[in-house]
Structure formats: C-alpha cells, structure tokens
Design a protein around this ligand. Structure first.
Ligand SMILES: Nc1ncnc2c1ncn2[C@@H]1O[C@H](COP(=O)(O)OP(=O)(O)O)[C@@H](O)[C@H]1O
Ligand SMILES: [Mg+2]
Length: 468
C-alpha cells in the first residue's frame, strides 16, 4: 500500500476513526469518573531495639535484615492489622492496604498505605511502625528472651496526600485517545480490505480528490432506457440529475470550455443514462445543448432516446454528411443529439483524428454546452482520447457494482495520460442513506423554474420560433 492510499483510506473513513476516538475518550472519561479515587500516603520509619527488662540471658539484640524482612512479610496479617484497626478506631475487617520495603541494608522501612480517604491513608502509614514494634517480639524468640523490644522512630511521617494517585485523568484520556485511534484506523483498513466493491463516497475519495458531483438514485426501470428528466421531471432521479448539472456548471466555470465527456470504469455503470439526462437538464436550464454519442463501440444514445441512429458522428467524420443534417432535436426542452452513426472498425483512431477535433471545436463554439457519451475507460482508450478535446471528464461510478479494482485501474489509466477527473457521479445509489434528497425546498424552486421554461419553449416551438 502506498502512502497516498493509506492517507486516502484515512481521509475516506475519517468518520469511523473519529467515532472510535470519541467513543474511546468518552469511555476513558466514564471510567475516570466512576473509579473510586485512591490516595497513597508514604512514611519512612527507623526500627531499633530498646531494653525493657533485665533477663538472665542479658546481651544486646541487634535487628538483622532477616528480622526486617520478617516484619515486612507479617505486615498484612491479622497480627498487625487487627490491633492497627483497633488503634485507629476502624470497624473489624475494614479494608487496609499497606506495603513496605527495606532501604538497602539499613533498618529503615518505607511504608506505603492506600485508602479512599487521604486522612485514613496517612493515619494507616503512620500507625504501621508502632504496631510492628508491638508485635515484633512474637516473631522473634531471641528478641523476646533478650528482654528488649522493637521501637519505631518516624523519619518521615506520612501526611495526607492532596490528590489521588488513581484515577489519573490525563493518563486515562491519553490511553483512550490512543486506543480509539488504533481501533479506528484498524477498523477503517479492515473495512477497506474486506470490501471489494465501491459502496459509498468514501471508497472513491480513498483514490481521488475530485469532487462528488451527485448521487443518482437507483430507479426501477423498464427495458426502455431511463429518461427521467423528460418522463418524470419531478422524480428523485431527475432531481439528482439537476444537482449534477448545477455542480458541473461550477466545475465548468474553472475550465470555461463548456464541454464534458461522460465515462466510467466499466460498461453498464450508467454513462449513457447519465449523459442523456444531464444533457436534457442542461437544455432545460436554457442552454443550447448538444449530446454527442461517441461510444463508437456500443452506441446507445439513439436507442435510449428511441431515435434513428444509423447516421451520425461517423457519417460526418467520413465526410458523407454535413453535421447539421444529422443532428436531431429531441424532447420538449429542445436538446440536440448527434448519434454515433455506423460502427467503425477503428473507433480510437477516428476519435483521435484531426477531423474529429475540428468538428468538436466547431460544435463547442455553436453550442452553449456539449456533452459526450463514451465507452468505459478500463477496456478501451477512447474516453481518454475524447477527454483531450473537452473541458473535463465526469466519471460515473455504479455503487455496489463497480469493483474498487476497476475504479483504481481507470483512475490510474487517466492519471498516466494526464487526464483529470472533473468529478464523480455515483449511480444506482439506493435508499435514503445517501443524504441526497434532504434539501427538498431546492427542488420546488427548481421545478417551478423548469416548468416555466418548459412551457415557454413549448409555446415557442408551436409558433415555430425555437432557434438552435
Ligand atoms: N440510476 C439508475 N437506476 C436504474 N437503472 C439505471 C440507472 N442508471 C442506469 N440504469 C440502467 O442500467 C443499464 C446500463 O446503463 P447505461 O446508461 O446504458 O450504462 P453504460 O452506458 O455505462 O453502459 C441500463 O439498462 C439503464 O437503464
Ligand atoms: Mg453507454
């Protein structure tokens, strides 16, 4: 995986990563708030012996490091804790947490006591020494018989700690943040790796920076083509096409060439359907629009629109007809269509020829907007050839159908020849999840404007006034 793909996946699935981070931080915060605080108090004591009575054995008993280790190990036994609780006025069985260690080969013990209450922690730490001293004789017969006892001298008495040692909010939130990031990034890559099809915008964004121009809904269609802008201008597909039109006009501002090729990675993703409807929507917005079928391998604009398609682009390129003689007006909004004509044996060469370039240059000057339907990018080079002659390229992506592999191959192919994708139109978007239809008020305004124009044009057409 290249670094650009790594960041692409992160950019595409940043919501998943962000959600994991937020959830993990919230969990860390909850744990922090729900954890009972623990206070830790430390005391240092010096243990020594003191003669209390004269005994026949006499002598001086010196504490050895073994004695000190013994005291450390009996610390948490009832022998020490019960008198300690009693001394501190605690209930029998009240939890006491205490530990100790010896400093090197000295007689100094470091005592650590923890408790939910800072005062109690300090009191326990300070009481351990005297209690140890009191019971020391029971664990050393030599000491008991020597008539001496162990006394504890505080070196550093414990004082109540001002802040708890746990929970540590900074550490917990830091750990939550880290865990969330790791989990989020892991899940993002797992999802990316497991899914071979393009599902949503994020799968496209992982591989391209080009804008998402629209999501076109999956419609139930008959075997006849889907020409929603003409047949169901109030439907959601037509509405999405109008959104595509609006966004494409913004892209057009940057190129100023008023022509786009519509393509996709593989066949059947909806190039022709999108191109036909987009051209109709363009014409509907009052622009003189020409739709050119440059899919010279599997031309389907004429079939989709139910028009005669045997004479068209290839006829003009052969010099057998004048372009204006083969362009046909279509639909109530007055879109012009240049069908493909006869299928040639050499589509790529024809599309890349000088006559094609000259023809397109003329057409772009004559029309406000020229839209070109093309073959898919992965199997053939044609779309790339056409792209050079136009202002940009609209990539239709059939969601839940297109394999990521094919999309990546198409983008790579375009990138290799320096062709830029102007934007993506996701097709076959199902359900309301796409969020494409939220701005209902937009639609009514556009519908109203559209209706007015349609009516005006119909009136012009009947009076024979529709110019081209
Ligand atoms: N949004 C859509 N909802 C339902 N069917 C669609 C949609 N877009 C395209 N189709 C159908 O999918 C098929 C392939 O579409 P087409 O535009 O011919 O693809 P392409 O030109 O990319 O090969 C056609 O039958 C078309 O009617
Ligand atoms: Mg097609």
């Amino acid at each position: 995986m290249q670094l650009s793909e790594f960041f692409g996946v992160l950019r595409a699935r940043w919501t998943l990563v962000a959600t994991c981070v937020v959830l993990a931080v919230l969990a860390a915060l909850a744990v922090t708030l729900l954890t009972t605080p623990v206070y830790e108090a430390r005391a240092r004591i010096y243990l020594s012996t003191e003669r209390v009575q004269d005994t026949p054995q006499g002598g001086v008993f010196a504490l050895t490091s073994d004695d000190l280790e013994t005291y450390v190990s009996i610390l948490n036994t009832p022998a020490v804790l019960e008198p300690l609780r009693e001394e501190l006025g605690m209930e029998p069985g009240h939890p006491v947490h205490v530990s100790a260690d010896v400093t090197g080969s000295t007689s100094i013990l470091n005592i650590t006591a923890t408790a939910a209450d800072p005062q109690e922690a300090a009191r326990v730490a300070n009481e351990v020494g005297p209690q140890l001293g009191a019971v020391a004789g029971e664990f050393s017969t030599l000491l008991a018989s020597s008539g001496q006892k162990v006394i504890s001298t505080p070196i550093e008495p414990a004082s109540p700690p001002s802040s708890p040692t746990s929970p540590d909010p900074v550490r917990n939130i830091g750990l939550g943040l880290l865990a969330g990031l790791v989990l989020g990034i892991g899940l993002a890559f797992l999802r990316h790796a497991l899914d071979t099809k393009v599902r949503g915008e994020e799968d496209i964004r992982a591989h391209s920076d080009a804008p998402m121009l629209a999501g076109l809904p999956l419609e139930s269609t008959s075997s006849k083509g889907l020409v929603s802008v003409e047949e169901q201008p109030h439907g959601r597909h037509a509405e999405a096409i109008r959104r595509l039109r609006t966004n494409l006009m913004f892209v057009d501002v940057t190129t100023g060439r008023h022509s786009f090729v519509v393509t996709s990675a593989m066949p059947g993703e909806g190039k022709t359907t999108t191109a036909v409807n987009l051209a109709l929507a363009m014409a509907d917005s009052g622009r003189r629009t020409l739709l050119v079928d440059a899919d010279l391998r599997k031309p389907s604009v004429a079939r989709t629109l139910g028009m005669e398609g045997s004479v068209g682009l290839t006829t003009v390129l052969l010099g057998d007809a004048e372009v204006h003689d083969v362009i046909q007006p279509w639909g109530s909004v007055g879109m012009d269509v240049l069908p493909a004509g006869q299928i040639p044996p050499n589509p790529s060469e024809l599309l890349g020829s000088a006559p094609m370039e000259a023809l397109l240059t003329t057409l772009v000057q004559e029309y406000d907007f020229v839209l070109i339907d093309s073959p898919p990018v992965v199997p053939v080079i044609d779309a790339v050839v056409i792209e050079r002659l136009t202002g940009g390229l609209v990539m239709v992506v059939g969601v839940d159908r297109t394999r990521k592999k094919d999309l990546v191959a198409a983008l790579k192919q375009l990138d290799t020849v320096g062709a830029r994708v102007s934007g993506f139109a996701r097709n076959f978007v199902s359900g309301k999840s796409s969020g494409e239809y939220r701005y209902g008020y937009h639609t009514y305004e556009q519908e109203a404007a559209s209706e007015t124009r349609r009516g005006r044009r119909r009136a012009e057409a009947t009076s024979g006034g529709r110019g081209q």
